[in-house]
Write a protein that binds this ligand. Sequence first.
Ligand SMILES: Nc1nc2c(ncn2[C@@H]2O[C@H](COP(=O)(O)OP(=O)(O)OP(=O)(O)O)[C@@H](O)[C@H]2O)c(=O)[nH]1
Length: 208
Amino acid sequence: MTLRLILASASPARTKLLTEAGIAHTVTVSDVDEDAVTAAHGSPSPYDTAQLLARAKAEAVAALPEARGALVIGCDSVFEFEGEAHGKPYEAQVARERIKRMSGSSGTLHTGHWLVDTREMNDGGSGTAVGAVASAEVHFMPLDDAEIEAYIATGEPLNCAGSFTIDGRGGAFIRKVDGDPHAVVGLSVSTLRELLRAAEVSITDVWQ
Ligand SMILES: Nc1nc2c(ncn2[C@@H]2O[C@H](COP(=O)(O)OP(=O)(O)OP(=O)(O)O)[C@@H](O)[C@H]2O)c(=O)[nH]1
């Protein structure tokens, strides 16, 4: 039986990462209310938030009929900066305030991963599952105000956790990354390999 891997994420960067890593997959976006999940758990740390939301997304998709018999991977990325959890800024003013503070400083991008194996799922069961968080510390170069305004004007930082990318225009402002750079982009492929091994699947089994 051929293995099916479903990415439970709308992130263009995550599906691009999997494709470039030669990993065959389809995409099914979950409709998880992220605020409701975090509220239900009090005020979880940025690390725990990333794991909780990755799990919620993967479980929501794994429960769908079309996911039966597949492996489902969910992810969530949270930027921890000065004790705060930053998701996507969405608005220019939020991005501006955050990027000014991040300039010349550093923070940690936590990406949660949750893999649900529905191959053995009995009726009503949830399948076996395993999760892991991959974290990487991101160090920023100092940015001048003109660079910040121009970067915000591109729109790129508005839909990225932490208000930056390392693989897009934001790469110009990244001094170094301590940890798996894929964890910053949104899906650590080496972490996925470990999760697949826990499900007794080799990464080579999902190479296309
Ligand atoms: N290309 C790129 N994207 C990044 C980077 N850092 C964060 N992101 C993106 O920021 C987004 C974080 O938001 P999430 O809530 O985890 O995921 P999402 O995009 O909303 O998609 P869902 O998984 O469906 O919730 C993801 O799409 C990440 O891929 C980066 O360095 N490069």
